[in-house]
Design a protein around this ligand. Sequence first.
Ligand SMILES: NC(=O)c1ccc[n+]([C@@H]2O[C@H](COP(=O)([O-])OP(=O)(O)OC[C@H]3O[C@@H](n4cnc5c(N)ncnc54)[C@H](O)[C@@H]3O)[C@@H](O)[C@H]2O)c1
Ligand SMILES: *[C@@H]1O[C@H](CO)[C@@H](O)[C@H](O)[C@H]1NC(C)=O
Ligand SMILES: *[C@@H]1O[C@H](CO)[C@@H](O)[C@H](O)[C@H]1NC(C)=O
Length: 298
Amino acid sequence: MHYVLDFILMLPLLIVFCIESLVKLFIPKKKKSVAGEIVLITGAGHGIGRLTAYEFAKLKTKLVLWDINKSGIEETALKCRKLGAQAHPFVVDCSKRDQIYSAAKKVKEEVGNVSILVNNAGVVYTSDLFATQDAQIEKTFEVNVLAHFWTTKAFLPDMMKNNHGHIVTVASAAGHTVVPFLLAYCSSKFAAVGFHRALTDELAALGKHGVKTSCLCPNFINTGFIKNPSTNLGPTLEPEEVVENLMYGILTEKKMIFVPSSIKLLMAFEKILPERFLAVLKHRLNIKFDAVIGYKDK
Ligand SMILES: NC(=O)c1ccc[n+]([C@@H]2O[C@H](COP(=O)([O-])OP(=O)(O)OC[C@H]3O[C@@H](n4cnc5c(N)ncnc54)[C@H](O)[C@@H]3O)[C@@H](O)[C@H]2O)c1
Ligand SMILES: *[C@@H]1O[C@H](CO)[C@@H](O)[C@H](O)[C@H]1NC(C)=O
Ligand SMILES: *[C@@H]1O[C@H](CO)[C@@H](O)[C@H](O)[C@H]1NC(C)=O
């Protein structure tokens, strides 16, 4: 009874906020300025991380670039400098907590306070549970989610002190919906989405409204990360398109960025439609990629 009454009392609020969201849809959003800020991007030696670095370089930020791949990160840094930005490449294996903490210390001493952190580095092993080695399962979690804890612990305190900053989580559509033969990857990306959502609430609970959060959840992207992906949900995304959406989302302080945005609708369907219909729908989506199957029916 109590709950019903509570809900009725909250109805006017619901209506006001629905109208507000609807109106906001039609008002172009203002992009914030990031000039002069120090931006750290993990996994900046290739793909999404690299292109994101280029976009931030054009916006007159200082870049701190982390990757396990030395030549990749140096190429990215060179191009950022050509675009007119300061760039500081660091070779860091994000699956190693001690490397993250020691690199973070060096960054603070040599460059300064990071105010935009983009946790982008990721790994994937496309195989069924039995063909995925234990060490690969551990690596997936270390890079795709545990690293986010260590980098955030290292750089968030200064952002909180200044009540200014932005933590960006690169997750995946696979952080909301599941796909066979991506068991470790999906569970690590669900964890990354959970990390982003819980961190967002924690910052609000602590009154740090100046520290923003964004989470990117894209479908397959043409970076070579997953081999030969395809789905009827749409063509494999070009990395440029994803990064354009990511930058717009960060600069307008959007919390959840789906690419394509139709994924949002699919997520809503998954929560309300009957299981059997969803099975048919998923079959029609026909999600495919190269994977190793270790299980054998004897
Ligand atoms: N490509 C896709 O289909 C797709 C779809 C959804 C989400 N994502 C996510 O986007 C992010 C970027 O992926 P991408 O497509 O640009 O991949 P990519 O392979 O092109 O780039 C990933 C970069 O991360 C680096 N990296 C890997 N392990 C690392 C480690 N231990 N420490 C430091 N750096 C490391 C790699 O060297 C590489 O430069 C990942 O988190 C991925 O999960 C990708
Ligand atoms: C490292 O980066 C270089 C330069 O971009 C690339 O040619 C090479 O394939 C990368 N190595 C690995 C292991 O990803
Ligand atoms: C970094 O932030 C701290 C607050 O946490 C501040 O005391 C310090 O002066 C800042 N350093 C620089 C170089 O801005």
